[in-house]
Design a protein around this ligand. Sequence first.
Ligand SMILES: CC[C@H](C(=O)O)C(=O)SCCNC(=O)CCNC(=O)[C@H](O)C(C)(C)COP(=O)(O)OP(=O)(O)OC[C@H]1O[C@@H](n2cnc3c(N)ncnc32)[C@H](O)[C@@H]1OP(=O)(O)O
Length: 254
Amino acid sequence: MDYHIERLPSGLLLFKITRAEKRNAVNFEVMEGLQKAIDRAQSTDVRALVVTGEGEQAFCSGGDLSVFHALRTEEEAYSMLSKMGEILYNLAVLPKPTIALINGAAVGGGCEIATACDFRIAKIGAKLGFIQGSLAITTGWGGGTLLFERIQAPHALKLLSEASIYRAEQLDQIGFINQVVDEANEAEAEQFLEKELSIQSEVLSAYKQIQIRMWEVSRLHERMMQEVRECTVLWAKDEHHQAVDTFLNGKNNH
Ligand SMILES: CC[C@H](C(=O)O)C(=O)SCCNC(=O)CCNC(=O)[C@H](O)C(C)(C)COP(=O)(O)OP(=O)(O)OC[C@H]1O[C@@H](n2cnc3c(N)ncnc32)[C@H](O)[C@@H]1OP(=O)(O)O
């Protein structure tokens, strides 16, 4: 399996991408697993959902380029992008606390997954970046739209437009990372939520619903799907396919 789902004794549900050899890149199996974890998290025996990656080197390196580079047309791209866009919307509106436990590099769609969570805890020194622009596309799973919901607009616009890599400590300063930790292990996630876990789940859910209602009014889902559609157009262009080929050829020539 390319993912692992486990309910911890504390009541946290852990979703872990287990593709360390590919820096926990997202393929269709990982997408389906994330949706399964979101569905499982609806159960009353789950207090919160934690998303993380296997190993010490990466949280998630975004879409699996060795799989998704085969998607050439707008129709093919939209099918994948919209599937994950819906899943990240479902993650964002889960009426329970969600944490991205960033155990290593989070780039591209990996940053989008982290942005769909309420909170981001990152290992000191972890590298993060919305690098989609360097592949001649925008964010395509709704993560750009969500970023403008999480941090101040000037910071969001700069992170997306620069398409650069930053360290967790830098992003802590602008509020994208909520806590920088030594290991980014389960105990640190549980400690981050320690006070919430002593509060009735109905209270936590009611507070999350305030945010969800705001997003209903501001049409978050529609805005995320518009981002998906705009990425779809860019995806099908030669510039994107050439950028991906360059990455893959570079790896093949190692
Ligand atoms: C809408 C979202 C959008 C999408 O595609 O759907 C995106 O997510 S666009 C962004 C796609 N992701 C990337 O461009 C990231 C590419 N990877 C890297 O930049 C680096 O691998 C990094 C920074 C994540 C980690 O660097 P490190 O030096 O630690 O590892 P290596 O680069 O040597 O990679 C090890 C191994 O993993 C394979 N790998 C890494 N990332 C991906 C990926 N996204 N898809 C497929 N495979 C990936 C890499 O090819 C190496 O494989 P190997 O067989 O050992 O050569």
